[in-house]
Design a binder for this molecule. Sequence first.
Ligand code: UD1
Ligand code: CA
Length: 453
Amino acid sequence: MNKFAIILAAGQGTRMQSKLYKVLHPVCGKPMVEHVVDNIRSLDMMEVITIVGHGSEDVRKRLGDKSAYVVQDEQLGTGHAVTQAEAVLGDKEGVTVVICGDTPLIRKETLEQLIQAHIEARSKATILTAIAPIPFGYGRIIRDSSGAIEKIVEQKDCNEQETLVQEVNTGTYCFDNQLLFETLKKVGNNNAQQEYYLTDVIEILRNDNQVVSAFCTPDFDETLGVNDRVQLAQAEKLMQMRVNEMHMRKGVSIPDPTNTYIGMGVEIGRDTVIKPGTILSGTTTIGEDCVIGPHTEISDCQVANTCVIRQSVLFESSVGANTQIGPFAHIRPGSNLKENVKIGNFVEVKKSTIENDSKVSHLSYIGDTVMGSDLNVGCGKITVNYDGKNKHLTTIEDGAFIGCNTNLVAPVTVGKNSIVAAGSTITKDVPEDALSIARAQQVDKEGYAKKLR
Ligand code: UD1
Ligand code: CA
């Protein structure tokens, strides 16, 4: 059977009070509509069409060729939105799934069951419904005395008795494709919101003696529709638990899952522990046997096995095996820390490479630097990489020892196995194996302190 999908995403999302298009608000780092599109695409659809509104360039840019697009110029309601796809789909035979771009939690397994139920019942329309503990805001599923579906009534059109109904429309449906577009022609806008409701198709079909059914999912949480920021936070929390559970089942320890935030695209190896207050986002990958956190933010980084990263912030960088970072380190974009490196407290690294077995243990700034292996940087070393106009490179070769409280004024090279004395301001290259001292000489005035007192 041919399967098509229509994703409704043209609404402005007034209730979000946002400059950002509603369906682009992220849940666990991924826009709501992209959750929907990815799930739909896993179901072997012949065509996926997203209905977008004006100013939807960002939606198209984000989804790219994951979907085709049809523009709904004016947002005249969900029925009107689906009608926009008629030119593309109208005459095709098959089943069409209609789903809202603001229901990111609906699982692909649930969609599969919905389609299955629709086909088995030889239904013309099957609504995905759920029992809502607080149904306010949703369309209510009205059944007759025999339990058959009569219609869907929107919150704003409900009478007192209808508001008490807890079975709600999740905004996801399966339709006979041709009948859907035929029936939409009969939908009017005589309702509280003066919109063309997709939901009215149900009553019209039923009055035409077509088979209309419902598939009620036991998990209401999954069907949460996000209309405002309160619901956005609820969706985030639910998705967060889902993501964390997935990682735990694959062998990652997360002792406090309600306080651990892992984006959809993040991968984590077995026996790694993610401690509370940690945020992992973007394309981050973490190896096996690592300890990450507490209170650590890692975005778009590749971290190899057996690393320990505590109370630190890392962006767009890579970290080799066995490396230790923190507490309180800041690794900025373009950094490449190799294996068995140690970065201690209050160290900032930017766009620098640090080779194996090197240590920067405390209070240093390493920027635009190529640092060799097996070298030690004392407390308070600064690369002076910026002259107010341009950035310059510092090179520190293998085995060097940089004393405490030193400035390396770039461009400058510190040679292999050399030693830079504490307190030095180095402005010229340091030769291999040399000891360089660049500081004022100490003068001792005997007995003078006594006199001053
Ligand atoms: C809709 C359903 C309601 C259901 C709820 C589930 C209708 C009339 N109501 O209500 O029964 O319980 O979803 O979450 O369908 N959209 C367009 N073009 C429009 C209007 C809306 O593309 O002209 C899109 C929106 O971007 C959104 C989706 O359709 O993704 C749903 O619209 P929304 O306004 O959020 O409908 P609800 O009031 O939540
Ligand atoms: Ca909605």
